[in-house]
Design a binder for this molecule. Structure first.
Ligand code: PLP
Length: 346
């Protein structure tokens, strides 16, 4: 069903192959491994060196690609893209794989492109299943080297296996199957359209505050990424931090290389993020902004009071809640900045 959704050639004598995984990360490890082994076999046959495989990715890839490169000893390369390459392509469709077929059926990103040999998708993102399911699909049997597939017969029949784990619960596979046949094309499309509309409600609410630049596009994965217009008094990390008090986890993070100076807040709209929730989030962001606006005054007042107390009583004065909060934010930002991987998507 998923190979069909991704327009794999499924005519007479043609068969896509695929495997259920724990998520897109495992699917990407397996697809990457298949690429590596296929390339090595080809180089061996040509009598050429095969000890330095590499893979070209965008600068904004999810961390699992760096994991794949390190675990499986493949060099991650940055090159200038140009036409005319005959290089196999893997599409990381972790989120988009269950969005594009329903919202943008004309968009040719999948097996309709001849160089696309494999695709991964997370069932637990827009596939609408609980966490723990992903899928890797290969265009044809030839794209998955046979030597990577193990055949066992001790469960009663020949069972081919190409996964990192052997045993795995079947509940998510059943749940995925249920969602696909219960919702069908129309059901998925309605849900994705609804997510898109709720993203637009959120975007409009944020624009209305007059305080943010919207940096995400209106099409694609339903999400809103935004940054402050004015950073002179506050930053996105403080907003993210204060929103936690209202129960929201809205991550603030820096953009990939060459745009690291841009920090964004990002809200990904899922099926269960209703219009009411979108409106409530805007209200809470508004409250946070008002609270932040009043901080300098309060801090100054408190500092004056604090130094007066210190002067007269030489006492050790406790930090204010706001000072503690600022210290936490500063420590957190330092921690994020010092980490090697500070950007990317998830
Ligand atoms: C583009 C992309 N690739 C890979 C992953 C990893 O997927 P998973 O969490 O399903 O392992 C994610 C998200 O988490 C992602 O957004």
């Amino acid at each position: 069903m998923i190979a069909h959704l991704f327009n794999a050639p499924l005519g007479d004598g043609e068969a896509a192959v695929g495997v259920g995984t724990v998520g897109s990360s495992e699917a990407i490890m397996l697809a990457g491994l298949a690429f590596k082994r296929k390339w090595q076999n080809k180089m061996k046959a040509l009598g050429k060196p095969y000890d330095k495989p590499n893979i070209v990715t965008g600068a904004n890839v999810q961390v699992c690609w760096e994991k794949f490169a390190r675990y499986f000893e493949v060099e991650l390369k940055e090159v200038k893209l140009r036409d005319g390459w005959d290089t196999p392509i893997h599409v990381d469709a972790a989120s988009g794989g269950f969005i594009a077929p329903f919202l943008y059926p004309e968009l040719e990103w999948d097996f309709r492109l001849p160089l696309v040999k494999s695709i991964n998708v997370s069932g637990h993102k827009y596939g609408l299943v609980y966490a723990g399911i992903g899928w890797a699909i290969w265009r044809s049997k030839e794209d998955l080297p046979e030597e990577l597939i193990f055949h066992i017969n001790y469960l009663g029949a020949d069972q081919p296996t190409f996964t990192l784990n052997f045993s795995k619960g079947s509940s998510q596979v059943i749940a995925q199957y249920y969602q696909l046949i219960r919702l069908g094309n129309e059901g998925y499309r309605n849900i994705m359209e609804n997510c898109q509309e709720n993203a637009m409600v959120l975007k409009a609410g944020l624009e209305k505050t007059g305080r943010f630049n919207i940096v995400s596009k209106d099409h694609g994965v339903p999400l809103v990424a935004f940054s402050l217009k004015d950073h002179s008094r506050h930053n996105e990390f403080e907003i993210s931090d204060m929103l936690r008090r209202f129960g929201w986890i809205v991550p603030a993070y820096t953009m990939p290389p060459d745009a690291q100076h841009v920090t964004v807040l990002r809200v990904v709209i899922r099926e269960d993020f209703s219009r009411t929730l979108a409106e409530r989030l805007v209200m809470d962001i508004d409250k946070v902004l008002h609270e932040l606006d009043s901080i300098p005054a309060r801090v100054t007042e408190k500092l004056i009071a604090t130094s007066a107390v210190e002067e007269h009583h030489h006492a050790i004065v406790k930090k204010t809640a706001i000072e503690v909060q600022r210290e936490i934010t500063a420590t957190w930002r330092k921690f994020v900045a010092e980490k090697k991987k500070t950007n990317g998507v998830c």
